[in-house]
Design a protein around this ligand. Structure first.
Ligand code: SF4
Length: 369
């Protein structure tokens, strides 16, 4: 039960997901203890270094420029500000900083050079650095690796079938190709998804088939519960039931036994008891800070109180892998190739996304009038 397998079928995963809950929890907790220290949970901080104005149409995302939401966009955050926030995160127990930019893909140029400098800066603070910047080429991934990046996040979001119901501006294969590009470097892969977008349990299992078939499997898998934001196509989705979240975490733990399973967006909707069940089921990372990119997140002090109640300890950085070496820009072996590749645009239509876009146009027109 606890070996790493890349040939899971959807049926096998569904059988696990649908087990009587106590059986499922027992199995997941057993697998967890074989591969991880059960009383350690990594605390990561997610930092939005460039917010809003994104060209993509991800149906769950308030940062997509085509929808009308309350998100305040900003330009790329200065390196010194990133450093100050990373230091604050470290002081409050975070061992990892994940920087997110609302880009479709990385473009070579001054902004990417700034991001590389942010990676070097945080690496020098002896913290794990993760980036989520959209699609990347192999050369861009190599440049991030050289700067000292520990992990690159690129979520599969859902099953390949349901992905087409949520996003029309880029394909599933593009996401797999980006993960492949990251795999050609020594940067670890972080990839997971979101539940509560209207997908079926088959889709949840399908996503786990896709993640588990990656060889090696991702070192980190975030499991997000949708936070339905007004103005997005998924604004009317009902919150995910805590039992679904627990089942998803437990099933992920069994199918991806060595992976860090990250309890990500949606924690504000979960009780402390619900979160404790998730930790028991094998979640061993949380995101700290009052915001997760743009959506609310529990206060870090509350998290620390919960850790104390449960006897959990914050994981030290580089527990799973040694700190990557960070090469200064002047000594760089990988130079900018001036890349801004044309990743594919499937551009099928998704009715909900079109409606939300139309509604946003009308609101903007009324605001101008
Ligand atoms: S999820 Fe990322 S790529 Fe999609 S709209 Fe939001 S910021 Fe853009």
């Amino acid at each position: 039960m606890s070996e790493v397998r890349h040939n899971w079928t959807k049926e096998e995963i569904l059988e696990i997901y649908n087990k009587p809950l106590m059986e499922l929890l027992y199995e997941a907790a057993t697998v967890h203890r074989v591969h991880h220290e059960p009383n350690e949970v990594q605390v990561s901080t997610l930092l939005s270094i460039k917010t809003g104005g994104c060209s993509e149409d991800c149906g769950y995302c308030p940062q997509a420029a085509r929808y009308h939401t309350d998100i305040e966009g900003n330009e790329l955050m200065p390196v010194q500000q990133v450093k100050a926030q990373a230091l604050r995160a470290k002081a409050s127990g975070s061992s990892r900083v994940c920087m997110g930019a609302s880009w479709r893909n990385v473009k070579d140029g001054p902004e990417f050079d700034e991001v590389l400098e942010m990676v070097r800066t945080i690496n020098k603070l002896d913290m794990e650095v993760c980036c989520t910047l959209g699609m990347v080429t192999e050369n861009q991934a190599q440049r991030l690796a050289e700067a000292g990046l520990y992990a690159y996040n690129h979520n599969l979001d859902s099953s390949e079938e349901y992905y087409k119901e949520v996003i029309s501006t880029r394909g599933y294969q593009d996401r797999l190709d980006t993960i492949d590009n990251v795999r050609k470097t020594n940067v670890t892969v972080c990839s997971g998804g979101i539940i509560g977008m209207g997908e079926s349990t088959e889709d949840r299992a399908g996503m786990l088939v896709a993640l588990s078939s990656l060889n090696p499997q991702p070192e980190s898998t975030p499991i997000n519960a949708l936070v339905a934001v007004e103005g997005t196509p998924l604004e009317d989705q009902q919150p995910v039931e805590i039992w679904d979240m627990i089942r998803m975490v437990a099933t992920t733990r069994i199918v991806l036994p060595e992976t860090q399973v990250r309890l990500s967006a949606g924690r504000t909707q979960m009780s402390q008891e619900g979160q404790a069940f998730c930790f028991f089921a094998g979640a061993n990372s949380i995101f700290a800070g009052d915001k997760l990119l743009t959506t609310p997140n529990p206060d870090v002090n509350e998290d620390m109180k919960l850790f104390a109640k449960l006897g959990l300890n914050a994981m030290k950085p580089f527990t799973k892998k040694v700190q990557p070496k960070s090469v200064d820009a002047v000594d760089s072996e990988y130079q900018s190739l001036g890349e801004n590749p044309k990743w594919t645009r499937p551009e099928h239509k998704i009715a909900k996304n079109e409606e939300a876009k139309q509604k946003a146009k009308e609101i903007r027109a009324a605001e101008k009038a």
